[in-house]
Ligand binder design. Sequence first.
Ligand SMILES: NC(=O)c1ccc[n+]([C@@H]2O[C@H](COP(=O)([O-])OP(=O)(O)OC[C@H]3O[C@@H](n4cnc5c(N)ncnc54)[C@H](OP(=O)(O)O)[C@@H]3O)[C@@H](O)[C@H]2O)c1
Length: 334
Amino acid sequence: MPFNRKVILKSHPRGPVGLDNFDMVEEEIQPLRAGTVCVRVDHLSIDAFIRTTLDGGGFHQSAKLGGVIPALGVGTVVDSAEPSLVVGEIVTGPMCSQTHAVLPAAMCAKVDVTLAPATAFLGALSIATGLTSYVGMKYVARITGGETVVVSGAAGAVGSLAGQVARLLGAGRVIGIAGGPDKCRFLVDELGFDDAIDYKKVDVAAELAQLAPNGVDVFWDNVGGEVLDAVLLNLAVEARVVLCGAVSQYENMADVRGPKNYLKIAERDARLLGFTIFHYPDRHAEATAVMADWLAKGKIVVREHVEHGLERFPAAVRALLDGGNTGKFLLKVD
Ligand SMILES: NC(=O)c1ccc[n+]([C@@H]2O[C@H](COP(=O)([O-])OP(=O)(O)OC[C@H]3O[C@@H](n4cnc5c(N)ncnc54)[C@H](OP(=O)(O)O)[C@@H]3O)[C@@H](O)[C@H]2O)c1
């Protein structure tokens, strides 16, 4: 068997995560126990939730000091002690920051590459990206025809799909909020959003008041902080604010800042709806089927931002938090 190379957590970040919080080590792969498989990891998904696992008390899972970092991945089975998963099978699961993952076969899902390329199972067909966007828009936001929908973090993995899903579910107008002119052009020119707001350049509240004079019916929030506050000032009566995530807070989870304009929720008879995809297991099959169909028919556009080399894992996490990705951030492990 080959050696496993892995990125481990050397220290918990104090504030912004840095490259010095990680280390790289190599280990021999041990013989498999019954029911487990060894997967050579091909691609890792670089997701915002990874940052929340690094503090030692994350609200998803926690990376242990000296341990690998939680991350979803796709890879190829290279050794198997479980008859239902044979060598050569392509699978997805919690591969973590390493070249070879030894894990229970039950934690791996087979990837049907006739449905979509393997990396789509980390993007449009992944629980943490496409399924989140579909289930959140359909069953949490409960989009109805003609509504004005605003998405923050709109050029990222979840955001870029959430806006497109909203449109496909009947939204009348979709406005994205993202950082920088290139991302805003991507939203309008490639994804078909009606408008995009560059939160790094303009006053978001004032711009939204111009673009959505009748107010925002659904706000899908991926970032929290000042952007959330700006949108709260522009809610329509009976608006729904979907709290998908709050990436602006993930570097400082010990002192999360809530919105100062939260009274607008009462003033506009609005609803603040938190959710995580893990609370909707009975919707995953439907979400996968619908997203796969839309993908096959070209109804949704996915851009992948791919970096190379496991040693780039720490830099990739840093880059995601700095807005370095447009679309789905992937690391080709090589
Ligand atoms: N509820 C659920 O079940 C669920 C499941 C999966 C993901 N999520 C959430 O979905 C959100 C997006 O996650 P993702 O993995 O798809 O990441 P992503 O959107 O691909 O990447 C994160 C993006 O956040 C933006 N960002 C970073 N810091 C920011 C700040 N201070 N203010 C505003 N924007 C900032 C950056 O774009 P800019 O250049 O535009 O700043 C960056 O590209 C996260 O909040 C995540 O926790 C929730």
